[in-house]
Design a binder for this molecule. Sequence first.
Ligand code: NAD
Length: 293
Amino acid sequence: MPARCLDGNAIAAEIRAEVARDAASLLDDGRPVKLAAVLVGSDEASRLYAESQRRLCGTVGFAYELVELPADAAQDDLHAAIDRLNADASITGIILQLPLPAPLDTALAQWRIDPYKDVEGVNPANIGLLFYGEPLIQPCTALAVLEMIRRSGAALRGARAVVMGQSTIVGRPVTMALLARMATVTGCHIATRDLAEHTRQAEILVVAVGKPRLVGAELVRPGAVVVDVGINRVVERDAGGREVKRTVGDVDFESVRAVAGTITPVPGGVGPVTVAMLLRNTIEAARKQRQRR
Ligand code: NAD
C-alpha cells in the first residue's frame, strides 16, 4: 500500500486560520500584530517576494512594513535599521530577507535582531536556547518538520530518528528539537559512511540536504515517516522531449512512497507549513513580548 501523503497546503491553511483568530483577539486587546521585513538592494524577485509576504500578512490580519536599504548599504546602516525596529513597540516581528549583498555579514545582522522579535528563529541566541531545551522562538523549518511528524501520528519518545543534513538553520535545529522530545537521533551529513545502514534503521527520516531525489527506496525502512525538506529547481524533459522546470525534493517521491508509511511531498509539503510557522511564531512573539514586560 502506498504511503499516506501529508498535504502541506491543507495543514498550512489550518494554521493560518488559527493565526487569524489569534491575531483578531490580540487586536481586540489593543495589541495589533505587525511584521517588518528588511530588504537590502531590492531586485525584482525580492520585491515580488515582499509583495507576497504583504498579501500573506493581510490574510491573517497582520500589518506589514517593508524597510528597504540600498544595495551599497554598510553593515552599520543595516544594524541601525534593525535597531530601530527592535526599539519600535508597534513592531512584533522582524524578518531579514536573504541573501544579503556582499560584503554584508548575515550572521552579524541576525545577531542584531531582538530574540523576542526574531520570528524566523535565526538569532544564534534562539538557536542556543533550543540546545538548552528551553526554546524562546524556534526556527520555522524545524517547527514545520515537527508539525509534519505530529500529524503522521508517530510517537517521538524513544523513536529512532535520522536527520540527513546538519546545517545550522535546518538540520541541526531539527536534530535538537527531536532530541528534546526524547527521540534517539542520528545526524547524518556529507561525511557519513554507510549512509543506508543509518537511514534504514530510521522510524522517522528527515531529509534536508539540497540534492534532488537523493533518497531512494533503498535508503528507507518500510513503514517509516519520511519528511522531505529539500527544495530543488531542476530542468527535465517531459514525455514529448520538451524541457520543463520542476521543483523536486531531496526524496525520490515515487519510489519512496511505495515503502514509507507516511511521506511529505515537494512541492506542497514542508514548504507551505514553514511559511505558516513564521506567522505562528509572530503570534508567539507577541505573547512572549507581553510576558517580558
Ligand atoms: P545546506 O547546504 O546548508 O546543508 C546541507 C547539509 O546536507 C549539510 O549538512 C551536508 O553535509 C549535508 N549533505 C549534503 N550532501 C549530502 C549527502 N549526499 N548525504 C548526506 N548528507 C549530505 O542546506 P540547507 O540550508 O540545510 O537546506 C537543505 C535543503 O532544504 C535545500 O534543498 C533547501 O532549499 C531546503 N530548505 C527548505 C526549507 C523549507 O521551508 N522547506 C527551508 C530551508 C531550506
